[in-house]
Design a protein. Structure first.
Length: 404
């Protein structure tokens, strides 16, 4: 098999690059958006439809798949590829963010897209913690039946071996923007120790599961503290992971996030792929690409679609709210020139009607459009990098308007 990652073009003015991420189930052209398939499926659409849109890579959730149907069931049905019908590349996360969401995320009231960057506001708890963390791992309540479940670094690797994704992630301890330095540093150090255990477990489980060509990325933590982020990046890099993911708290604002990305990328090997966990707006992706990030996963485009938010380069903020009454008689597609199945066939007025009536077909049509928009966005970004053009929002907008 080819090397995991090759860089084919670099931008002359910033660390952005175009690359090929090689997996046993195909190559991914980067920078790329990774569609979220939490329970082995992208909500509301089929694997064949997602593939036809040009999506290259999916990410599943180890926590949810562990609870239902279980890694052994998925493995018995051919791993994620055979189980889901998606035969392209798969990633799986470790479930660390879900453990965070049930623990510190509830205590501090953060975790959802809207509250990742809470500003200087005080924490607003949404409930008591459902997690008990120790050096051995994370013990948490199942959202399915309330039973206690235990995740260790070794158990998470074994589960992902059985799931059979091409790229997997070790268990980490995510932190909140409201955690202080002492807690953030302790969590980071524990994540490093878990990474060593995960590497050992990864070697010990070779031959387990349906995909013998898996690779594991290391996860960088350290919150929004420069010295901790840099130290974490150096530590994880020294462990020899073939690729890296940036996780945990990215600060209280988007400005914090950009600083965190810059510190982290500075300390990681340039020739290895870098993934940013949980970020997926147009503006954030473009800024992260400029700093050398290669892949992104985020539920925002598909979640937004289901709630009436449709992506368009012809709108302020790159989105419109189809719930608004002004779209009731609008004969135009969501975005002029978009080649997605929804824009080729349906009007804004029709989608407004479907949403207002609660028709299930709305969720499919909206999701198809938003995913195709993300595919087109990433293609436009790759083209700009290869041509050495400025990576700016208005340039991207011009490239997208009127083009499929």
């Amino acid at each position: 098999m080819a090397p995991l990652f090759e860089i084919v073009a670099r931008h002359p003015d910033c660390p952005a690059r175009v690359g090929n991420l090689h997996t046993a189930h195909g190559a991914v052209k980067t920078p790329a958006f990774v569609a979220v398939a939490t329970r082995a499926t992208v909500k509301a659409v089929s694997a064949a439809e997602v593939q036809a849109l040009g999506v290259q890579l999916l990410i599943g959730n180890t926590y949810h798949l562990y609870l239902r149907p279980g890694p052994e069931v998925v493995a018995a049905l051919g791993g994620l590829h055979g189980f889901s019908g998606w035969d392209g590349p798969w990633m799986t996360d470790s479930g660390g963010f879900q453990v965070f969401s049930l623990g510190a995320g509830k205590v501090h009231g953060v975790g959802k897209i809207a509250s990742i960057f809470p500003g200087e506001a005080a924490p607003k708890p949404s409930g008591p913690s459902l997690v008990k963390l120790s050096e051995e791992g994370a013990r948490f309540r199942s959202l399915v039946d309330g039973a206690w479940v235990f995740f260790s670094p070794e158990q998470v690797i074994r589960s992902q071996r059985l799931l059979g994704a091409d790229i997997i992630l070790p268990l980490d301890e995510c932190t909140s923007p409201f955690h202080g330095r002492a807690y953030t540093e302790a969590a980071m150090d524990r994540t490093h120790r878990w990474a060593v255990r995960a590497l050992r477990a990864f070697e010990d489980t070779r031959g387990l599961g349906p995909n013998p060509h898996q690779v594991m990325y290391g996860i960088v933590q350290g919150g929004a503290y420069e010295d901790l982020r840099r130290r974490s990046a150096r530590t994880i890099a020294e462990l020899g992971f073939p690729g890296f993911a940036i996780g945990g708290s990215l600060g209280k604002s988007k400005q914090d996030m950009l600083r965190v990305i810059g510190w982290t990328v500075d300390e990681l090997p340039q020739g290895k792929p870098k993934h940013l966990l949980g970020i997926g707006t147009v503006e954030d992706i473009l800024e992260a690409v400029r700093r050398g990030i290669d892949t992104f996963d985020c539920a925002a485009p598909t979640r937004m679609a289901r709630n009436g938010g449709l992506l368009s380069a012809q709108e302020d903020g790159f989105r419109l709210n189809i719930k608004n009454a002004r779209f009731r008689r609008d004969p135009r597609p969501i975005e002029e020139g978009c080649d997605c199945p929804t824009c080729r066939r349906h009007s804004r007025g029709f989608l407004h009607h479907l949403f207002r009536c609660g028709e299930l077909s709305y969720f499919r049509l909206a999701t198809l459009h938003n995913l195709r928009f993300m595919v087109r966005l990433m293609a436009a970004i790759r083209a700009r990098i290869a041509a050495g053009k400025p990576l700016e929002l208005e340039g991207i907008r011009e490239d997208l308007v009127g083009r499929a």
